[in-house]
Design a protein around this ligand. Structure first.
Ligand code: BGP
Length: 477
C-alpha cells in the first residue's frame, strides 16, 4: 500500500533512546548493590564474547550527569532505562537499599530537569542471584510476591515523576535463552521447565500491572516484547503452515497471554500432547486478564523466515555472537518450523535481516490484533564502528537503518497504528550481553573494548543526524 502523502509525526511523539542497567551502569558491587545472575554468569568460562562482563560496562553509574547532558544536547524527548533489582533489594527482598533508589532518583531528576521523559523498565534480566539460589528464580511462584514488592517500592517512590513504565523486557527472548538454549543464566536446556518458568513470569507480569493501577493511576505500563514477525519461505502450504506454527509458538504465545489472558489454541494443544504445557492453576488466567497492559512495548530488530521442518529435523541453535557474517545456522523445532535465510533481504554482520517493511508489518499486526497503543522500545543496528584518527565515527550504515525504520513507523501510523514513541537502541554504546563491546549500537561512541579503555564519550555521525530529525519533529526524514 503506497500512501499518497505522509502524515506528520504527532507533536508529543516520544523521540527516544534506550539502555539497560547491566549493559551500561558498571559499579556492579557498589553502594550496597547485591549480585545479579549476570554478575556471576559472565564470570563462568566461555559464556560471553571473550569473557566480557558488565563490572564496569560504560560506567554510566558514575557518569550519569555527563550522559544526561549529552541527551539534552541531542534534544532527546524520552530516555528508556532499566532499574537493577539487586540495587534496590540486594538479596531480592527484605531491607530496601536506599542508595540504590537514590541513584535512580538522581537519574530521573536529571532527565526531568532537561524535559526528557523517563521510561522506566522494571526488569531487564538482572535477577538478584539470591532469589536464583533460594528458590530457582522464575521457576518458583514465590517470585511473584517478591517481584511485586520490588515493583511497588518503585511505584511508590517514582509515581509522581515517571509516567511510562515497562514491566518485563523481552521475557520471550530472555527465557528462551535461559531455559531452551542455555545461553543466558541459569543456562538450562529443558522445554518443560521453559514453559513452566515462562508461565510464572506471565503471572508476575500481570500481578505488577494490577498493582500499578492502584499506585500509578495516571501512568501507562506494558511489557516490551522482542517481536520478530514470521514470514513464510514460500506459498507452499507446508511453508505456510510452518509460518503459522512459528508465529503462534514464538510470538502469539506471549502476546496473547499478555493481552488476552490466554494461550493460542494450536500451540497449547501441541504442548499438551508432548507433555510440555505449563501447569495452569485455578485463578491463573483470571489474573492474566486482570493484568493486561496499557500499551505494548515493541523491540524490533528483524523478521524471521520459516520453512517446513520434519520430525528429526533442525533443532534450536544459538545466535551469532562473533559478527562473522554468514555463520548463523538454521534453528527450529522438529515437526513445527525452522528458519531459512530470506533471499530478498540484506543482513548485518551478525546475520540479522534488515527489514524496515517488517517493522511496518509488525506494528500493523499488533495494532489490529490487540487494539492497543504501541511504543517502539528498541530498534537499532549493532555493527563494528571505527573511530578514525581525527576522532570521528562515520556510521552512515546506522543512519540508513534508523532512517528507513522511522519511515516505516510513519507508514504504520498512516495505516492507523497508534504509535506513541520510538526508542532507538541504544543511546551510548553498551555491553551486548553475549557479543561483548565490539557490537556497537549507540549514538555516542564509548572508547573501550573487552579489555577496558578510557571510557571517553564521542558523538557519532548518527548523533547529529538523530538530533536534527528530532528538532524537525520528523519532517526531515
Ligand atoms: C535485545 C535486548 C537488549 C539488547 C538488544 C541487542 O534483545 O533487550 O538488551 O541487547 O537486544 O541485542 P544484542 O546485544 O544481542 O545485539
Amino acid at each position: 500500500m503506497h500512501h499518497p502523502k505522509f502524515n506528520d509525526f504527532p507533536a508529543d511523539f516520544l523521540w527516544g533512546a534506550a539502555s539497560a542497567a547491566y549493559q551500561v551502569e558498571g559499579a556492579w558491587n557498589e553502594d550496597g548493590k547485591g549480585p545479579s545472575v549476570w554478575d556471576l554468569f559472565t564470570k563462568l568460562p566461555g559464556k560471553t564474547f571473550e569473557g566480557s562482563n558488565g563490572d564496569v560496562a560504560v560506567d554510566h553509574y558514575h557518569r550519569v550527569e555527563e550522559d544526561v547532558a549529552l541527551m539534552a544536547e541531542m534534544g532527546l524527548k524520552a530516555y528508556r532505562f532499566s532499574v537493577s533489582w539487586p540495587r534496590i533489594f540486594p538479596s531480592g527482598r527484605g531491607e530496601v537499599n536506599e542508595a540504590g533508589l537514590a541513584f535512580y532518583e538522581r537519574l530521573i531528576d536529571a532527565l526531568l530537569a532537561h524535559g526528557i521523559e523517563p521510561v522506566l523498565t522494571l526488569y531487564h534480566w538482572d535477577l538478584p542471584q539470591a532469589l536464583q539460589d533460594e528458590y530457582g528464580g522464575w521457576e518458583d511462584r514465590r517470585i511473584i510476591d517478591d517481584f511485586e514488592h520490588y515493583c511497588v517500592t518503585l511505584y511508590q517512590r517514582f509515581a509522581g515523576k515517571v509516567k511510562y513504565w515497562v514491566s518485563l523486557n523481552e521475557q520471550n527472548y530472555n527465557l528462551t535463552n535461559a531455559y531452551q538454549l542455555g545461553t543466558h543464566p541459569p543456562a538450562v536446556q529443558d522445554r518443560k521447565r521453559f514453559f513452566a518458568a515462562n508461565h510464572i513470569a506471565f503471572l508476575a507480569n500481570a500481578r505488577v500491572i494490577k498493582a500499578f493501577r492502584q499506585h500509578v493511576p495516571n501512568g501507562l505500563i506494558g511489557p516490551s516484547f522482542a517481536y520478530s514477525p514470521a514470514y513464510p519461505a514460500s506459498c507452499a502450504p507446508s511453508d505456510m503452515l510452518a509460518f503459522e506454527n512459528a508465529e503462534e509458538f514464538t510470538n502469539l504465545w506471549w502476546l496473547d497471554a499478555y493481552c488476552f489472558g490466554r494461550y493460542p489454541q494450536a500451540a497449547l494443544a501441541y504442548l499438551r500432547e508432548t507433555g510440555e504445557a505449563p501447569e495452569i492453576l485455578p485463578g491463573d488466567l483470571e489474573l492474566l486478564r486482570e493484568g493486561t497492559p496499557d500499551y505494548i512495548g515493541v523491540n524490533y530488530y528483524y523478521t524471521l523466515t520459516f520453512t517446513d521442518n520434519p520430525l528429526g529435523g533442525q533443532t534450536m541453535q544459538r545466535i551469532n555472537t562473533t559478527g562473522q557474517k554468514g555463520t548463523t545456522p538454521s534453528s527450529g523445532v522438529p515437526g513445527l518450523y525452522k528458519t531459512t535465510p530470506n533471499p530478498h533481504l540484506e543482513t548485518s554482520n551478525w546475520d540479522w535481516a534488515i527489514d524496515p517493511t517488517g517493522m511496518r508489518i509488525a506494528l500493523r499486526r499488533l495494532s489490529s490484533r490487540y487494539g492497543l497503543p504501541l511504543m517502539i522500545t528498541e530498534n537499532g543496528l549493532g555493527e563494528f564502528d571505527k573511530l578514525t584518527a581525527d576522532g570521528r565515527v562515520q556510521d552512515d550504515y546506522r543512519i540508513a537503518y534508523l532512517h528507513s525504520h522511522l519511515k516505516a513507523c510513519q507508514e504504520a501510523m498512516q495505516d492507523g497504528v497508534e504509535l506513541i514513541g520510538y526508542c532507538a537502541w541504544s543511546f551510548t554504546d553498551i555491553l551486548s550481553w553475549l557479543n561483548g563491546y565490539q557490537k556497537r549500537y549507540g549514538f555516542v561512541y564509548v572508547e573501550r573494548d573487552e579489555q577496558g579503555g578510557s571510557l571517553r564519550r564521542i558523538k557519532k555521525e548518527s548523533f547529529h543526524w538523530y538530533s536534527q530529525v528530532i528538532a524537525s519533529g520528523g519532517k526531515t526524514l
